[in-house]
Design a protein around this ligand. Structure first.
Ligand SMILES: [Zn+2]
Length: 218
């Protein structure tokens, strides 16, 4: 399900879900238009109006936080359904929960202030998938229950380092963790393999090809 950095595609039994699609729309040319597009926040590696517009079909549902809606083109903004931290909505039989995503370290607060950006939990059948968005190891993450798959960001200074990520995982115990968003434009890359060694062996880690050539699929 990986694509690049923070962009991913989920293919539940029915339909296609795009999360934070950015970059050349040709990356997605093997897929149909989105049934559901989810945007976590407005930063350029999560929201790109051209990419998103190219992937929107006539019937695509677009769900976003308010901050990203504010940066969308008029057409996209009109179509966006805004959901805030701790709110829930649904798409067909998929339940969607918006999870607070923010920085907590003093000199990082400006990147993702509390209350603005979203992570999401998707309830697809019996499977609960957590998409962290850009966040540190906030209490709302640590309190998550029954997560089957967690897509977890890790890079500095914008989100969190691998120690904080591993500490949070020890608390909310997802069955599977997929590190993503772990390279920074200005350095600050985190090593997802080193992260994997910090976890209890009961927790499985899957590594995606987020930064390689071609479309890395998990
Ligand atoms: Zn961000």
């Amino acid at each position: 399900m990986s694509r690049a950095h923070a962009s991913l595609v989920i293919e539940p039994p029915k339909g296609v879900i795009y999360v934070d699609p950015v970059g050349d729309p040709a990356q997605y040319s093997d897929l149909p238009p989105a049934d559901l597009a989810l945007i976590t926040h407005h930063h350029g590696d999560h929201l790109n109006n051209e990419t998103l517009t190219a992937l929107m079909g006539d019937n695509t549902t677009l769900i976003s936080n308010k901050g990203a809606q504010d940066k969308m083109t008029a057409d996209l903004a009109t179509r966006a359904q805004v959901i805030g931290n701790a709110e829930t909505t649904s798409f067909g039989d998929i339940g969607i929960e918006a999870i607070a995503a923010y920085n907590t370290t003093q000199d990082r607060l400006q990147f993702h202030p509390q209350g603005r950006d979203n992570g999401y939990v998707l309830n697809i059948g019996d499977t609960r998938v957590y998409l962290s968005g850009d966040t540190e190891d906030v209490p709302q993450m640590r309190a998550l229950k029954n997560i089957d798959v967690a897509l977890l960001c890790m890079n500095l200074p914008f989100t969190m380092g691998i120690q904080a990520a591993a500490s949070a995982v020890a608390d909310f115990k997802p069955a599977v963790v997929i590190p993503y968003h772990y390279r920074g434009r200005d350095g600050g890359s985190q090593d997802p393999k080193a992260f994997a060694t910090m976890l209890d062996s009961a927790i499985k880690v899957k590594q995606g090809n987020w930064y390689g050539k071609g479309k890395g699929m998990i």
